[in-house]
Design a protein around this ligand. Sequence first.
Ligand code: ATP
Ligand code: MG
Length: 553
Amino acid sequence: MRCSQLYFPTLKQPPSEAKVISHQLMLRAGMIRALASGIYTWLPLGLRVLRKTEAIVREEMNRMGAQEILMPNLQPAELWQESQRWAAYGPELLRLEDRHHRPFCLGPTHEEIVTQLLRQDVQSYKQLPIVLYQIQTKFRDEIRPRFGVMRAREFLMKDAYSFHRDKASLVETYHHMHATYQRIFTRLGLNFRAVLADTGNIGGSASQEFQVLAQVGEDTIFYSDKSDYAANAELAEYLSAPPASSEAQHSLEKCATPGQKTIEAVSTYLAVSPMQCLKLLVVVGSDPKKPLVGLILRGDHTLNPIKAEKIAGIAHPLRLAEESEVVQQLGAPIGYLGPLGLSIPLIVDRDAAVVTNFVCGANEVDQHFKNVNWQRDLPLPEQADLRYAVVGDPSPDGQGHLHMERGIEVGHIFQLGTKYSVAMNTLIRLENGRSAPLEMGCYGIGISRIVAAAIEQHHDERGIVWPETLAPFQLALVPIGYHRSTLVQQAAEALYQQLTEAGFEVLLDDRKESPGCLFADMDLIGIPHRLQAELIPFLKQQRIQASPAHLTL
Ligand code: ATP
Ligand code: MG
C-alpha cells in the first residue's frame, strides 16, 4: 500500500473527548472516527488491525473444533420473553418495532437465538457436543459509553456457544476453551490474566474473565503472590481475620458525638482507629415481612453488593434503604446507626464479628457507643462475607497474600448449565430413552475492545508500537527525497515491489511531505519495522530474501 493512497487522516492533537491513551491514539492515527456516542466507523488502518485480531480468534476457534455461523442482529422479542430476559436485561437492550408493530431488539448477545437454532435440529445426545461461534456486531445501549471502542454501544464480538448432553462434557469443553483463550491472548501479544468471575445476569455456575492488565482498566482484579489464585473484585475471597484475641473487654460507654456522622469523623473525634468502628448499612430485604436488613462491616471495609445480594433475605439486586424508610421504620437517623438495640434482621461481616471493644452508632442523633462487645452486650448475628477484598488479605487458598491490578476484560467464559434450555424447553433424548435439558456454555471475546487494550499496553510517547501479530503493516518504507531524486524513487519502488512480492505487508511512504512529518506519522501509526533514508547502499548490498530476519534492521 502507498501512503499517498491510504486514507489515514492523522491529527496532531488528540480531541478533548478522548480521555485514555488508546482512544487518543486511535483518533490521532486515523484508525477510527466517532459517528455518535459509542458508535464508530473503522478507517482502513483500524480495520486492518481489527481484521488481524479477528483472524487470530477465528483460527484458534476453528482449531479447537468450533464451527462458524452468522446469526441475525435483529432478534424477535418472543425469544427474549421466553427466556425471561426481555424484562431482566433492562435499558441496555435496544428495543424497536417493525412496521407491523412487532417488538424486536438489536442483539447484545445471542443465547436465545442459538438455543432456538439448536432446538429445531438437535434431538439426540448422539448429535452432541456442538460448539458454534460467530464474529458479529453487537449492540448494547451502555449507560456510559467511553474510552472509544473500549466501551462502545456498537462493537464487534466473537461469541461462542457449546451444547452438551451432561455437565461432564460441558466442563471438558470449558477447559478446552480456557486453553484456546490462553493461546489467543498470547498470540495477540497481550499481558493478561484469567480470573474467577461472577456469573451476573447471564446466570450459570462457573465463569472466568480474561483481563488485560492496564491502569485504565475498569475492573479490579486480585491475585495471590504465591499461588495462581486470581479473581475479579466482585468475587475475590480471602481468609478472614482470626477470632478475637484475649484482649480485655472494657466497660460499655455512651458518648456524645455531635455532628459526627461518618466513620472518618467518628474515629477522629473519639481517637479510635476506623478498624475499631463498625458501620451499619440498611438494605432492602427480600421478605415483605422483613423489609429492612442491617449489614455490619468494619469501618475501613467496603460493602460488596454482589456478595451481599446472594444472601437469603436480601433483595436482588441490592438496594440501600432510603433515609426516609430508615427513619420511619427504625426511628434512628443514618450516621448514628448501630446494632445494639436494633430490631431488624442483622448480618455481620466475618471480620466485623471478631472486633472487640468496638464503636458503633447508638441509634440516637449525636450519640455513639464505645467498648461494645459481641456476646456480652448483644448477640452475635448471622455471619457472612460481605466486603470487598483489600490488598494484603490472605489468599483464600492459604497461599500468599492478595495483590491488586486494574484490568480490561477482553474475554469471558461461562458454564451456563441448563438456564436457557430449561427456560426455552430445549430437551434431548438420552440413551435410556429419557429426556433431559441441554447443558450449555457461552464464551465471548471483545474483538474491537482488544484493539484498544493492545494500544494501552503497546505505545510510547510518540505513538502506537504494534506487536507483530496486530500491526496493520509489517514494514514501513520511508525514502527521503522520493520526490526530489529519481534514483531514490527507483530504489524505493524496486524495494517496495520486491518486498511486496516476497509476501510482506509494506507501506511505502511516497507522500510529498517533509521528512519530519513522514517520521512523525510513522511513529504515530506504529508499524513495527521501518526502513528509512539509506536505501541505495542497502539495495546494492544484496537482493531482499523472503526472510523476516532481513526485516529486523
Ligand atoms: P463489561 O463488564 O465490560 O460490561 P460484560 O460482562 O458485559 O463486559 P460479556 O457480556 O461477557 O461482557 O461480553 C463479552 C465480551 O465483549 C467482553 O469480555 C468484552 O470484551 C466485550 N464487551 C462487552 N461490552 C462491551 C462494550 N460495550 N464495548 C466493547 N466491548 C464490549
Ligand atoms: Mg456489560
